[in-house]
Design a protein around this ligand. Structure first.
Ligand code: PLP
Length: 456
């Protein structure tokens, strides 16, 4: 899917994409219960039943292929209660750092359902993963040589090699992992690479998995499918060359793009399976055990950010709403507004949706740099002090991945459920708001005098 840009950075106005009504009662309840207010002016919210439904849709789409290990890419929502919810829903976990591995273990994923990726694994990280029995996808032939030295033959870790099928990029350059020059995996089409990969497998009978992740946002399904098909063909070629079915599993990554323009979930996991079936008909035949690593497509539409409007002002003929949702919680949107447009909703101080004539407004954040704006010229009912704005589709890679700019606190995150005929909304704290004590501690408070010595 290609991104449609709904904000005009250069200064025009942008029609308001439809704000969904399905979370209106949740916004009202969040304000009513004081989760969003003067002292906590921004928070993230996760629809826990929605997450379970998305996991269900993923499993349903693959139902014809038994034994698929669906892992959740922890980077997309690195919060232990969310990871535990996903573990409970039948997911495994893909991790890409020692921190993510720790979170996955704390969340309760068994090591056998965790996969470690990352292009810069240290020896220590590899050693730990092998000791735990976590699957490891080597990102390069150099990393394979490290694993040669570190591997104990009794390890239960499944070991794989990541390739870059070099099928090209999508509409967002920095999100495109399968370009010719991407930093990820072994560049499959480079001169000599195919032969070197075959030899790497020949020399290592314990190397039984091929991995590719073609993504992410902005990559059309056909591109992802072409990358997976190339990886499948490579596995077939390696097994044929070795005369034994040494490769027994394929990790086909994640990367399903999300529709940020309206409520529709598209493409769906069923679309994904159909595209992969067309590109690589043997993929779902059961010849290989499959692993997936979806992140954004499972969480994005199941979360939103709520933030108070602190002030409004006019500058150079433009109306600006100064809110508490800025780069600290919507980093990608602020830094690349055309690539990551978000739908925004306007609510009154009591959390009820605003109506009235539309006015083009810049929705700015609290950070002290001029570009801290989540939407330019967005047409919304006129915002005023104490109103609330909602940034939709932000359940992945937004409030769960805050930026510490200006020492702004990490926003609180709440899970919610809507139940019963009256639609009662129940919240559960996933992460409390960061305290000023915690900010001071993270900023070297324990070492406050560390630089006081001088050369006299
Ligand atoms: C190796 C790997 N797998 C899976 C993912 C998840 O991608 P997405 O959230 O687009 O599904 C990523 C994202 O960066 C990744 O690098």
């Amino acid at each position: 899917m290609t991104q449609t840009t709904s904000a005009h950075h250069a200064g025009g106005t942008a029609a308001a994409p439809a704000a969904p009504a399905r979370y209106d009662a949740v916004v009202r309840a969040a304000v009513g219960q004081g989760l969003l207010g003067e002292s906590d002016p921004v928070a993230g919210f996760i629809d826990t039943e929605g997450v379970r439904a998305s996991v269900g849709a993923l499993h349903d789409a693959f139902a014809a292929t038994p034994g698929v290990l669906h892992t959740f890419a922890a980077k997309a929502c690195s919060l232990i209660p969310v990871l535990r919810l996903l573990a409970d829903s039948g997911m495994g976990c893909e991790v890409a750092s020692p921190g993510e591995l720790r979170l996955a273990l704390e969340a309760g994923f068994p090591a056998s359902r965790i996969v470690l990726d990352s292009p810069a694994k240290t020896r220590e990280e590899i050693r730990l993963a092998l000791a735990l029995g976590v699957a490891v996808n080597a990102d390069s032939l150099a990393e394979l040589r490290r694993i040669d030295a570190l591997r104990n033959p009794s390890t239960s870790s499944v070991l794989g090699l990541r390739v870059n099928p070099q099928v090209g990029g999508g509409s967002i350059g920095p999100m495109s992992t399968a370009t010719d020059t991407s930093k990820f995996g072994v560049a499959l089409c480079d001169p000599g690479a195919r032969e070197a990969i075959v030899e790497a497998f020949r020399a290592r009978p314990w190397l039984t998995r091929l991995h590719a992740h073609v993504g992410s946002q902005g990559c059309p399904l056909e591109l992802i499918a072409a990358g997976v098909a190339r990886t499948y063909e490579l596995a077939e070629e390696i097994n044929a060359a070795l005369g034994v079915r040494q490769i027994t599993s394929l990790d086909i990554g994640g990367g399903l793009p999300v529709n940020f323009v309206d409520e529709t979930v598209r493409p769906t996991y069923a679309d994904y399976v159909a595209a992969l079936t067309a590109a690589a008909p043997g993929l779902f035949s059961g010849r290989y055990a499959l692993v997936t690593e979806f992140g954004r497509s499972l969480l994005a539409k199941n979360g939103f950010i709520g933030a108070r409007v602190e002030y409004t002002k006019d500058a150079g003929g433009r109306r600006i709403a100064l809110t508490h949702a800025g780069a600290q919680t919507a980093t990608r949107t602020v830094l690349m507004p055309d690539a990551w447009p978000l739908r925004i909703g306007a609510f009154g101080p009591d959390g009820t949706p605003k109506d009235g004539p539309l006015l083009a407004q810049d929705i700015a954040g609290p950070c002290c740099f001029a570009g801290d704006v989540v939407a330019y010229g967005r047409e919304l009912p006129e915002l005023a002090e104490d109103d609330v704005v909602v940034l939709y589709d932000t359940g992945a890679y937004y409030f769960s991945t805050p930026w510490a700019y200006n020492s702004l606190p990490r926003p609180a995150v709440y899970g919610f459920r809507v139940a019963g005929p009256a639609g009662a909304v129940t919240f559960a704290t996933v992460r409390g708001p960061q305290s000023l004590d915690s900010i001071a501690a993270e900023s070297g408070l324990a070492h406050a005098d560390a630089l006081m010595e001088r050369n006299d």
